[in-house]
Design a protein around this ligand. Structure first.
Ligand code: G6P
Length: 614
């Protein structure tokens, strides 16, 4: 949801900012822009509709000098993607330039007032209202720039991460945040700001994660000053962040998505490393052990999440109910937060989020916290807002996920949910010793089994060509594999723009069966498990109506090979771990169909990876 980056120091800002925008492009990619203050103290703003490469092209002949600058990559909220609506936004006098990630909810009222005072607007964005308001305050009051920003922020309703620079001032960046992420990187005689650490990590590993509702006054050569919105200076801690730069590169793969699909044997291993003891008979999740009584005494678990993370939550529901015998509800965070839910102090709320920044999930957490529930986070991005807002939690440790369609984060979340369910069940004594040991052992076999599925990549790529031009798909699954079917359908929708519907296999006859004809591919997860016979019946219902069956089957299942029109084999595993395997061929199928269609796999239209607006 928009990426912002800024630099002040001794180097030229432009190359740092452009490289930073490329790293942040996963957050939005409909327009991009940059503002620089050069040695003549001029403030130059260049911006364009399109991606960061289009901005680079547009900048080719421009004055790009300057050791201070800010830059932005946009995911449109207010105002269509266009040159005028791209950030940075100038104030009317062109003395100030502002970039913003978030939504200013009361922009209409403020715009009306400013227009009334004679202010002329150049864009349809909410952001321009803020920069005009700051200038208006500066003009009508004898205050410093940082005071004017503070006064303006106190009039704003909504969410923001902003950065502002000024003509004639080659030394200062003012940055602030409320409900949108912002980090400050501290180098040798230089400062960086960014929506996340990825644009900064190659220059410094010293970071400050700005707290909510704070403002950073960054001045070349001076110590960093951070205040709250009441202008009271607040202390800050510098954190050391280690990140391997190769994690931010494609590493020889054509897309980040396929790299991330292929990383899964390793990322699942990383997610379990150190969390299963050497004897393989204990799960060590410190987030649970430290708060044992909260989990053991929980009368209910509520899982809140969005998108792919919500699908992982549905698998978590099965695992937690199966192993721990605690009732579980899985909620879309965006619905939960607005429906006055019943929450008790002895509820445990599990928030799942890859980015750790999803606005709806954060709001759901705050709501549950206000009712006294214990909040456990399952996140990927280290240091992001959700892990900081929760009482306890576990990282999934899959490394940066850059492809907009989530793959390794999904299996990482399911892995941690499995460990979590085992861990609680152990404390509650609600799982048999045999099953406990069996699941731990088999979880450690999963990476090897995923390797075997990945070896079929070429075959799946060839096979995907048959379905490249299908206009609709249905994905069916039951039990543990129902959420895997939903996730498979979501992957196809996201990156190939083909309509795909995920459904519980038995529910199909209550509606979607009307869609089935010779043109309709039906992807069925039909592995050999307790629901096997039932799924065969569901397949027959499709076949009777001439639908084409693509089945994900257990290796060597001759019976299913006869029934299905096409099949992909996966190794046998425990039913409760099947989604970790069945989701892999579905990721590959979606990927190859999207590639065949020439889609922008890593940056599909209209989507963004980090959704910091509600
Ligand atoms: C966006 C992403 C999805 C993701 C969802 C939730 O829509 O495109 O891939 O599943 O947000 O994000 P989170 O970071 O909270 O898991």
């Amino acid at each position: 949801m928009c990426g912002i980056v800024g630099y002040v120091g001794n180097r030229q800002a432009y190359p740092i900012l452009i490289k930073g925008l490329h790293r942040l492009e996963y957050r939005g990619y409909d327009s991009a822009g940059i503002a620089l203050v050069n040695d003549e103290l001029e403030l130059n703003v260049y911006k364009t509709k399109g991606k960061v490469v289009d901005l680079e092209e547009a900048c080719r002949t421009k004055d790009l000098r300057g050791t201070l600058g800010i830059a932005h990559t946009r995911w449109a909220t207010h105002g269509e993607p266009s040159n005028a609506n791209a950030h940075p936004h100038y104030s009317e006098s062109e003395n100030l330039a502002l970039i913003h990630n978030g939504i200013i909810e009361n922009y209409a009222v403020l715009k009306q007032e400013l227009t009334h005072q004679g202010c002329v607007f150049r864009s349809n964005t909410d952001t321009e209202v803020l920069v005009q308001l700051i200038e208006h305050i500066l003009k009508s009051n004898e205050v410093s720039l940082d005071k004017a920003v503070l006064w303006a922020l106190n009039q704003i309703v909504g969410s923001y991460a902003i950065a502002l620079i000024e003509k004639g001032n080659p030394d200062q960046i003012i940055a602030a945040r409320k409900s949108s992420p912002l980090v400050v990187g501290i180098g040798e005689d230089e400062f960086f700001i960014s929506s996340d650490a990825s644009p900064i990590i190659e220059y410094t590993n010293q970071f400050i994660y700005l707290e909510d509702e704070t403002m950073a006054i960054i001045y070349r050569g001076e110590p960093l000053k951070i205040t709250n919105l009441k202008n009271i200076e607040v202390p800050h801690t510098i954190q050391k962040l280690e990140m391997n730069l190769s994690e931010l590169e494609k590493g020889g793969y054509p897309h980040f998505m396929i790299k991330e699909i292929f990383q899964q044997p390793q990322t699942i291993l990383d997610g379990t490393r150190g969390r299963i003891n050497v004897d393989g008979d204990r799960v060590v999740l410190s987030g649970v052990i430290d708060h044992k009584e909260k989990f053991v005494n929980a009368h209910r678990i509520i899982i809140v999440a969005c998108g792919t993370s919500w699908h992982a939550g549905l698998i978590g529901e099965h695992l937690l109910e199966d192993f721990c015998r605690i009732p579980v509800e899985v909620e879309y965070a965006s619905e939960f937060r607005y429906r006055n839910p019943v929450i008790y102090p002895d509820d445990v709320v599990i928030a799942i989020s890859q980015s750790g920044e999803t606005a709806d999930t954060l709001a759901a957490i705050e709501l549950a916290k206000s009712k006294g529930a214990f909040i456990y986070g399952i996140c990927n991005a280290v240091g992001s807002s959700i892990p900081r807002a929760t009482h306890s939690g576990s990282y999934i440790h899959v490394g940066p996920e850059i492809g907009v369609a989530s793959t390794k984060a999904f299996t990482g979340q399911v892995t941690v949910l499995t460990l979590l369910a085992l861990s609680i069940a152990y404390e509650k004594n609600s799982i048999s010793r045999n099953l406990f040991l069996e699941v731990i052992e088999e979880l450690q076999n999963i990476p090897r089994k995923i390797e075997a599925i990945l070896q079929q990549n070429h075959a799946i790529s060839e096979f995907s060509k048959i379905f490249t031009y299908a206009r609709n798909f249905i994905y069916l699954g039951r039990g543990y594999n129902y959420p895997a079917a939903l996730e498979g359908a979501l992957k196809l929708k996201e990156i190939s723009y083909v309509h795909a519907e995920g459904y519980p296999a038995a529910e199909m006859k209550h509606g979607p069966i009307a869609l089935i004809d010779t043109e309709m591919p039906v992807v069925v997860i039909a592995t050999r498990n307790t629901l096997y016979e039932k799924v065969i019946s569901n397949i027959q219902e499709v076949k009777a109506r001439q639908g084409k069956i693509i089945a994900i089957i257990t290796e060597g299942d001759e019976q299913m090979k006869q029934v299905a029109d096409y099949f992909i084999e996966i190794p046998h595993t425990l039913e409760c771990l099947e989604p970790l395997l069945t989701s892999i061929p579905l990721q590959l199928l979606a990927y190859h169909i999207a590639v065949n269609k020439g889609r922008d796999v890593d940056q599909p239209r209209n989507l963004a990876k980090s959704v910091t607006v509600e």
